[in-house]
Design a protein around this ligand. Structure first.
Ligand code: SF4
Ligand code: SF4
Length: 324
């Protein structure tokens, strides 16, 4: 067996797998813990990317996501997911519940310093919590981080997947820092990492008014189209300024005349029309086709690259659609 392959298998078996199994124990402990908010019967199952990667490696299937550029951010991602659980013990037993406008502004500034390009607030619908997972609070601060434009334009490539893993890592670090920042002000928080999160992020972000779904099932934001990653901080703060409307509901009109993501998806995993599952949630992507391709082709990202919201941009497309 080639040295590179041996290192890869060692990394997955000896480092990633035991760490991920420990994470599952922490997730299960949240479900068993008193006063947490659990998933509902309508909740979706989480598609577990880190464990999926390990299974691919164990079965000897093509997997070039794991390479020299991604190993370090992958380890850091796992470390920061652990931290999001371990830091829960730092929450005050009698946290404050009301936030002032001044602290809200401080969160936005603090987020910006850590690369957060936008954040929004919403009540977490409990059916968005993944099956057999639980969160500490259901008031959500949703965080958006940009992915590098030039590296998305090179997708799929080693450079692209390296950038994606680093974006996950930077966002996970920012979510933990924002959770800590609020704890230091006397509130209770629970950070949800962008990789292996506890909730379905795109509908949560849409509910926070941060964008709308495209036909690729990803959130389209006004700032960067689908070229973003999402995370959240859940908190006991009861007076967050929840979004009351969503100005991006025109996006399906653009999608109706486009379909580029569907045409350009190499394994044809995107549905022409989303499927409505029994739980009422929509699914746009057949993960049994996407994931093997994605794993063998540097995390793919072609659907993000070809989307006109990544290339032409939100503003121009909005003007065109409104003129029609
Ligand atoms: S590629 Fe076209 S159809 Fe797909 S999400 Fe983007 S705008 Fe919509
Ligand atoms: S990541 Fe690639 S395989 Fe998966 S839906 Fe997008 S284009 Fe298709």
């Amino acid at each position: 067996m080639k040295l590179g392959l041996r290192i890869k298998r060692f990394f997955y078996r000896r480092i990633m797998k035991p760490n991920i199994l420990k994470l599952y124990q922490k997730e299960n402990a949240m479900v068993d813990r008193r006063n947490t908010i659990a998933s509902t019967e309508q909740s979706p199952s989480r598609f577990d990317i880190p464990m999926g990667l390990i299974e691919h490696a164990e079965q000897g299937k093509p997997n070039n996501i794991m390479n020299r550029t991604t190993m370090r951010p992958m380890i850091s991602n796992i470390k920061n997911i652990h931290k999001s659980y371990d830091s829960l013990r730092e929450n005050s037993e009698k946290p404050k519940e009301k936030i002032t406008d001044a602290i809200l502004e401080e969160i936005k500034d603090f987020g910006k310093k850590h690369g957060i390009v936008n954040l929004g607030f919403t009540k977490l619908p409990h059916h968005l919590i993944f099956k057999e997972k639980a969160v500490l609070h259901d008031n959500a601060i949703v965080l958006v981080l940009e992915m590098d434009k030039d590296k998305i334009a090179k997708a799929p490539s080693r450079e692209t997947v390296g950038m994606v893993m680093n974006t996950y890592n930077n966002l996970g670090i920012a979510a933990n820092k924002i959770a800590k920042f609020l704890r230091n002000h006397g509130y209770s928080t629970h950070a949800s990492h962008p990789l292996g999160g506890i909730v379905l992020y795109p509908p949560l972000a849409s509910s926070a008014g941060l964008g709308w779904f495209g036909r690729h099932g990803l959130l389209i934001t006004p700032e960067f189209g689908p070229r973003v990653r999402l995370a959240a901080v859940f908190t006991n703060i009861t007076n967050l300024p929840y979004a009351e409307e969503n100005p991006h509901s025109w996006i399906p009109k653009q999608c109706a005349t486009c379909g580029k993501c569907i045409k350009n998806c190499p394994p044809k995993s995107l549905y022409e029309q989303p499927i409505i599952k029994e739980n009422g949630l929509k699914t746009h992507n057949d993960s049994s086709k996407c994931f093997p391709y994605f794993t063998g082709n540097y995390g793919c990202s072609i659907c993000i690259k070809v989307c006109p919201f990544s290339t032409t941009g939100y503003k121009k497309l909005h003007e065109r659609v409104m003129k029609k």
